[in-house]
Design a protein around this ligand. Sequence first.
Ligand code: SAH
Length: 431
Amino acid sequence: MEDLSQRALLGLDRAELASLVESLGEPSYRAKQLLEAVYRQRVESIEQISTLSQQLRETLAEKGVSIGLPQIEKRFVSQDGTVRYLMALADGQSVETVWMPEGDGGEAGDGSEAGELAERFAESSSLSASGAKALSEEEPTAALKRCATQNQRQEQGFNQRQNQGLNQKLDQKLNQGQNQGRSTICISSQVGCAVDCQFCLTALLGVKRNLTAGEIVGQVCAVLKDQKVSPPEDRINLVFMGMGEPFLNYENFVKAARLLVEEVGIAERRMTVSTAGIVPRIHDFGGEKIRPKLAISLNASNDELRTRLMPLNKKWNLEMLMAAARAYPLRTREWITFEYVLLGEVNDRPENAREVAELLRGMRCKVNLIALNPGPGIEFTTPDGERLAAFQTILREAGIPAFVRRPRGRDIYAACGQLKRTVEIATAPAP
Ligand code: SAH
């Protein structure tokens, strides 16, 4: 029999639970009971799985099998309702997970305004003449071929007109203030991060270790439990945008995404993974059966600047990154998101915006602009609203849907790039 000690049930899929149950000489329906208890009821201990016989509960406990739910060690609550959780893992390490009751202001599939509206537009049949519909109906293979061909100026002109239509429609809707079902959980994939982006607080930690699939899924289960919400009845969006680089913990991330879809019940289209640009994994990811939407942290408009801000650009430069993005097989109603953190006087000039527009020309994509969230040890400044708006306007005039992401939970260091496993930094000055 396999060694079950130190084994967490969270992270095991159907087949693995079936073999565990079998190894204990139990009937196969026990596997289903375990799945239900772990991923749907989200119990904290084996003892709480009331469907199991008392004897089986004891056997599991004796063998050192646990649920493996991360423990909520601390909660920091923002003025805007955002909650930053400090989650303790079994080995004493910890990560941060963020709950945003109203989304985070920009990612499709994360429940944010721009994301929700873009999605709704894409789904709306009344939009046959507008951008979203036209963008959404393209078959992935066609998109692939089109993206792979560089010299199709005519078609790019078409795309620009369509995208401008989308921009206008989205703005109209945003003004009407719809905000249903936008709760979003932002989860971590590693303890710390190895990528070393110069504007990100998590980078200061270095990387301690990868999270297991169970620890990734466990963050979601712990937050759902704490917030007393339950998918699919409650619409929950997920972003893999917390601590760490998901594509440097690829296998565990992919398994976690599968468990979240199949067992926890969160729809694939409500999940987005963000990568700093691990090019070979972008290629791999395009071939996964279950895959959240893809976001890429661009953050600079040319190689010199990007290498300065994101040292990984030395290994995978913009040409390689853009080639991977253009080859990425988009599904119906899907586009790639590019995130761009604006750093005052560094990458926020009009010429940077024009370079970004050039890089993305003709791609089925949108851009989320994020003003730098400040933090101790980060040398950059946050540009003001006018500079952000000017940058956004240049992109939009070039036909690229561009959105400004509202910072969530900046006052508790819960915003993008601020997660640092900190107990000491509990609160920041109000933004
Ligand atoms: N490692 C992945 C996942 C983290 S996502 C990635 O890099 O994509 C975190 C997002 O926040 C990234 O788009 C990143 O560029 C952005 N970010 C990092 N530091 C930030 C900061 N200080 N202010 C605003 N955004 C930041």
